[in-house]
Design a protein around this ligand. Structure first.
Ligand SMILES: Cc1cc2nc3c(=O)[nH]c(=O)nc-3n(C[C@H](O)[C@H](O)[C@H](O)COP(=O)(O)OP(=O)(O)OC[C@H]3O[C@@H](n4cnc5c(N)ncnc54)[C@H](O)[C@@H]3O)c2cc1C
Length: 317
């Protein structure tokens, strides 16, 4: 790790930080502080970091908004990479210079019924959803209330209320040790919460095809989605969203509730009383090991009582 740190410290557009807490990096706020966090502020920085770490055979992991990741209790022995402000914003051309999203949206051709917008991967998905719906541009109404970055949302094919990122995605801009490229969305086998990005790539931006729709219709749908979330999800407590993917036979929430997991606790972590498929953090001292213990117990019980194998949606590092 020392060699990696020395190599990254020499690169332009890279800001290194030490001991950044799980509460700052993830929405769940569980786990140890990150030993080395590298914030990357340009596509060139992403490429050179990938190249340097590859030369040193140093593994690394990419973090977006940290809304689907649970950090381990033990200190990480690899660097965590995260995109910085330099990769926030939008442009009219793929890979073009990023402007504030609103500025780029205002430049879209008003007579184009299906305008294309390139968005930097560090952009907040929630802000993008709010801005596009306020302009009557459809495609991101589903994303209200998802605290992701655009890069993380592409990597997970985030979705809700019958929509997902893949619906509007045209292509993904990636950086890796060998350079940068655009991958057509059709080549990423995107499905329910899956996207097959090539190993070792960082999503630096993505291009979307939007549709024009009445501003009021867009706003109404976004508002309804948000209200549904507030009614059904424990948004007042730290979490990483849904814990398990829904299997084809039934919703994960119903299975967990049937098996008595609603309200089940381990230390400072609980299967929410409000939504059985959400784990919430009840105390600042909660451990990642407690999350793992509850996941394992739920998977075993659902397997033995329902003969269904639950697959975690959250990622335990
Ligand atoms: C309150 C709440 C509500 C939620 N609601 C939903 C919902 O309705 N639907 C839904 O699908 N999810 C939901 N989630 C989960 C989460 O928001 C999504 O999985 C989201 O896509 C994660 O994005 P992120 O930027 O936070 O990525 P992270 O959680 O940081 O990372 C997720 C994965 O993406 C990878 N990744 C992140 N950025 C990049 C990048 N630039 N390049 C390559 N790989 C990258 C990471 O390595 C990791 O494997 C919710 C979470 C919370 C806390």
């Amino acid at each position: 790790m020392k060699a990696a740190e020395a190599a990254l410290a020499r690169l332009d557009g890279v800001v290194l930080r030490h001991g950044v807490s799980a509460k700052e990096l993830t929405t769940f706020g569980v786990g140890a502080a990150t030993t080395l966090l590298a914030e990357l502020n340009s596509i060139e920085a992403c490429r050179s970091v990938c190249r340097s770490l590859e030369e040193l055979a140093q593994p690394w992991k990419m973090l977006g908004g940290g809304s689907n990741v649970v950090l381990p209790d033990a200190a990480l022995d690899y660097p965590v990479l995260r995109l910085g402000r330099g990769l926030q914003g939008a442009a009219l051309e793929d890979g073009g210079r990023l402007l504030p999203v609103e500025g780029a949206v205002n430049l879209l051709n008003q007579s184009d019924e299906e305008p294309r917008l390139y968005v930097g991967a560090a952009t907040s998905l929630m802000s993008l959803s709010r801005l596009l719906t306020s302009k009557g541009l459809s495609g991101f109404e589903f994303a209200s209330g998802i605290p992701a970055t655009v890069g993380g949302a592409v990597a997970m094919n985030a979705g809700a209320h019958g929509g997902c990122i893949a619906d509007a995605l045209v292509s993904v801009h990636v950086a890796e040790a060998a350079g940068e490229s655009f991958i057509d969305a059709s080549e990423l086998s995107m499905g329910y919460r899956t996207c097959e990005l090539p190993a070792g790539t960082i999503v630096v931006g993505a291009s979307f095809r939007l549709r024009r729709r009445g501003v009021e219709d867009c706003r109404k749908q976004r508002r309804e989605n948000l209200m549904y979330r507030k009614r059904t999800q424990p948004l007042h407590l730290p979490s990483a969203g849904s814990v398990f993917r829904n299997p084809s036979q039934a919703s994960a929430g119903e299975l967990l509730e049937d098996c008595g997991f609603k309200g089940r606790r381990c230390g400072g972590i609980e299967f929410s009383q409000m939504h059985a498929n959400w784990l919430v953090r009840l105390s600042a001292e909660a451990k990642s090991a407690e999350v793992a213990q509850l996941l394992e117990a739920a998977m075993q019980e659902v397997r033995s009582r329902k003969s269904i194998d639950l697959q975690p949606e959250i990622r335990l590092w």
